[in-house]
Design a protein around this ligand. Structure first.
Ligand code: ADP
Length: 308
């Protein structure tokens, strides 16, 4: 059973169709990223998962439990939405103990244990209102961990954090995954998501435009060189004769110039440049180009723009 199953989810706000058939699954013990431009439906999706908003149609199951019955399994699913809301004049420990009482559960984590699991035990006596954004987010995650959840849902947990704050948050996510927790998060930070996510869903205009394990989406042949070289036909001939190039991708022509991507480790650039020049070609540019989540996203965004 997956940690999360979303099947053909639709959400309408009046006549506006905000989610139009979103489906994905998240394996247990993985980190899964929800990506998309502003207004693409990320928050709506996460809200529907937690039954904070009622889906118009579709099936959502968290740990095998339909989202509409989630209230019966309080504690098994933790969530942090928006900016962390802590009572400003209560200590961090007071905030967590208050949340524990609301949860009403026994056998979960104590306030100290939860803070320790996010590496924020030193904040225990500080007041909620005194915390930096990064500290407040960590405490909010600690609060979500009180019930020892198996699944954690985080809306934009990296927003507003500085670089050290982001690094720390990523380390925390990896540590929690090692402990077996499943994390579903939305984020704009492609670079960081690429570092931690096992799978991603890319939303545009309420629809998934790409979904699956990150390794599959980015594919093999990630390392390459972008070349601008002329004359085109001779350049192609020379490039085809270089063993270190595993694939020559379809290129484009700009007059005599050929622009294309060669799949090969970036370290082969000098060798390839030499072969081209010795082969009678003129080399305009040769630039390492690693396929990344960012480049995948930008390509999809461009394709989406062209469709409109
Ligand atoms: P994201 O989180 O990706 O920025 P949202 O899920 O917040 O996107 O919003 C998706 C779309 O639904 C947007 O066009 C937004 O304006 C619209 N929307 C969100 N909430 C409501 C609401 N309560 N009523 C009407 N439209 C809404």
């Amino acid at each position: 059973m997956p940690a999360l199953l979303v099947d053909d989810l639709h959400k309408r706000y009046g006549s506006f169709h905000a989610l139009r058939g979103v489906s994905f699954q998240v394996a247990r013990g993985s980190i899964y990223g929800l990506i998309g431009p502003n207004g693409s439906g990320k928050t709506t999706t996460l809200s529907c998962l937690l039954n904070l908003r009622t889906p118009t149609s579709g099936r959502v199951e968290l740990l095998g439990i339909p989202s509409s019955a989630l209230h019966k399994s309080l504690g098994r699913v933790g969530a942090v939405f928006d900016a962390p809301t802590l009572a400003g004049n209560m200590t961090v420990k007071g905030n967590l103990n208050y949340a524990r009482r609301l949860l009403g559960q026994r056998g979960g984590r104590s306030a100290d244990e939860a803070l320790e699991s996010v590496g924020a035990l030193e904040l225990v006596g500080r007041r909620g209102g005194e915390l930096s954004m990064g500290q407040a987010r960590r405490v909010a995650i600690a609060r979500a961990l009180l019930g020892k959840p198996e699944l954690l849902i985080l809306d934009e947990p990296l927003a507003g954090l500085d670089t050290p704050g982001v690094r720390e948050m990523l380390r925390l996510f990896k540590r929690l995954r090692e402990e077996g927790l499943t994390i579903v998060l939305s984020s704009h930070r492609m670079h960081e998501l690429e570092e931690v996510a096992d799978g991603v869903a890319i939303l545009m205009d309420g629809q998934l435009v790409a979904e699956g394990p990150l390794a599959e989406l980015l594919g093999e042949n990630r390392d390459g060189l972008h070349l601008r070289v002329r004359p085109a036909s001779r350049a192609r001939q020379v490039l085809q004769g270089i063993d270190a190039i595993s694939t020559l991708e379809e290129g484009t022509l700009d007059g005599e110039w050929l622009e294309l991507r060669a799949v090969t480790p970036a370290g082969n650039a000098p060798r390839i440049a030499r072969a081209l020049v010795e082969g009678g070609c003129e080399l305009g540019t040769i630039v390492p180009q690693r396929r990344s989540l960012q480049s995948l996203f930008e390509g999809l965004l461009e394709a989406q723009g062209e469709q409109r």
